[in-house]
Design a protein around this ligand. Structure first.
Ligand code: FE2
Length: 442
């Protein structure tokens, strides 16, 4: 928690590079949540309760195109009022904010500034000694403006108006940080942010328009989720999964089968995280853009994976019905390698062998061996009822089911999204643009 003037700020950082904040007035114990990623909802709610605060408002600075907003879920959970800029048009937003509005937390006033550029609906919040810049000015960077009606010239105007209005010691709290910066001030940014060395609006706009980073995966689906407040479904049909992946969601597929099954056939770009490794690789899951499609052979293990992630409060997860077989049958592209016996078939073979062994040994050696058959039968019933199969998990660990994860994993790493400019950030301006020619800006 950081003390800024008489307010307290609790930052939340996501491996995808998204930043959200709780802004609290300690006197009144009233708090505002800004830009809650869906994955922040649990932690933000728990923090509010632990501090004895009252969540009054949940604000989205703009329509997010790179991650699912948790604003609706958080506001519903704690009975807060949702707010967004007057041009946002999000379903469920009660209060539309315009330039100059004040959001009151006790005796504190947080000022709203209309701040277009990244998107036309963008607002920033100004508190005593702090700028919550959303996707406008970042630490060492600026937001991209190449989609959703973005306008680089307006972003230039927005940023420079804020720099002119606010003192240099104002602490910057950006909507994204892809490089795990600790903190910055406007004065520091004026000195070191390469985009702020560009004094010419036209040059800034030209540099920003040149060489934009790749668009966020699943952008259309995320926009629909964030605008319409549609819940991410628990399951998705194989046909919809094909449409989703082909629309750019390939990096959001998490395959929870064994390495050997993955090597036999997988969706291009799917990330392999076998079910038995899920608990130790949660950060990799968080780093993969949501909605996340969980895939296995038939849907059973993907369902277990969804449950396991739910226990760790990771949302934005949907199970592909029918698994990779249904996906391929629905026309989805897959990559085939050396085929292996699926884990389900291995379970059937192993269980059948044990039952047969028990019967034969019981008939010819000693009747007590029948217990083995009964035990396996009971285990199969248990697996059928609970959808949890210990034999399957055991077989998944066998050497023939292991393929070096590094070999099987796609070249795209979900965790790389946190360390590379992407999502809503622009890349660095071209090297020759960072320093102005002597004749410029004088
Ligand atoms: Fe954004």
């Amino acid at each position: 928690m950081k003390s800024i003037g008489s307010l307290r700020v609790v930052p939340f950082a996501h491996p995808q590079g998204c930043c959200g904040y709780l802004v609290a007035d300690p006197s009144s114990k009233e708090v505002l949540a800004l830009d809650p990623h869906l994955d922040f909802v649990h932690d933000m709610a728990e923090r509010v309760k632990a501090e004895g605060w009252t969540l009054r408002f949940v604000v989205d600075s703009h329509t997010h195109a790179d991650h699912p907003s948790g604003a609706g879920a958080l506001a519903a959970q704690l009975g807060a009022v949702r707010m967004a800029g007057e041009k946002a048009g999000h379903a469920g937003v009660k209060t539309l904010l315009k330039d100059g509005d004040a959001i009151r937390l006790g005796q504190q006033a947080i000022t709203v500034r209309y701040a277009p550029g990244h998107t036309p609906d963008h607002i920033v919040l100004i508190a005593e000694g702090a700028l919550f810049s959303g996707d406008s000015l970042f630490i060492g960077g600026v937001a991209r403006t190449d989609f959703l009606g973005g306008d680089a010239g307006r972003l230039f105007d927005t940023i420079h108006a804020l720099l002119a209005e606010l003192p240099g010691e104002t602490v910057l709290f950006p909507g994204h940080d892809y490089n795990r910066h600790d903190a910055s001030t406007l004065e520091q940014e004026k000195r070191s942010n390469p985009w702020l060395q560009l004094a010419s609006r036209d040059e800034f706009a030209a540099k920003l328009a040149a060489n934009p980073p790749p668009r966020p995966a699943n952008m259309d689906d995320l926009l629909r989720l964030n605008r319409e407040g549609v819940n991410i479904p628990a399951t998705i049909s194989a046909k919809d999964a094909v449409r989703f992946v082909e629309a750019g969601g390939a990096y959001s597929v998490i395959d929870v089968r064994t390495g050997a099954e993955y090597a036999g056939e997988h969706i291009p770009g799917a990330r392999l995280i076998p079910l038995d490794q899920l608990e130790t690789r949660l950060d990799e899951v968080r780093a993969v853009p949501a909605p996340r499609l969980m895939l296995c052979r038939s849907g059973g293990r993907a369902g277990l994976a969804k449950q396991a992630l739910g226990k760790h409060h990771i949302g934005g997860v949907t199970v592909v019905e029918g698994g990779i077989g249904a996906y391929a049958s629905a026309g989805g592209k897959t990559v085939k390698g050396t085929s292996v016996i699926s884990l389900e078939r291995q379970v059937r073979i192993a269980a059948g062998c044990l039952v047969l062994l028990g019967v034969l040994a019981g008939a010819f050696l000693h009747p007590a061996f029948m217990i083995l058959s009964g035990f396996v039968g009971a285990g199969l019933v248990f697996a059928g009822v609970t959808d949890w199969c210990g034999m399957g998990l055991l077989l998944a660990k066998m050497p023939w089911n292991q393929v070096a994860v590094a070999d099987a994993a796609p070249a795209h790493g979900g965790t790389c999204a946190a360390s590379l400019p992407g999502g809503c950030a622009a890349g660095e301006p071209a090297a020759d643009s960072c320093a102005l020619p002597a004749s410029d800006g004088k």
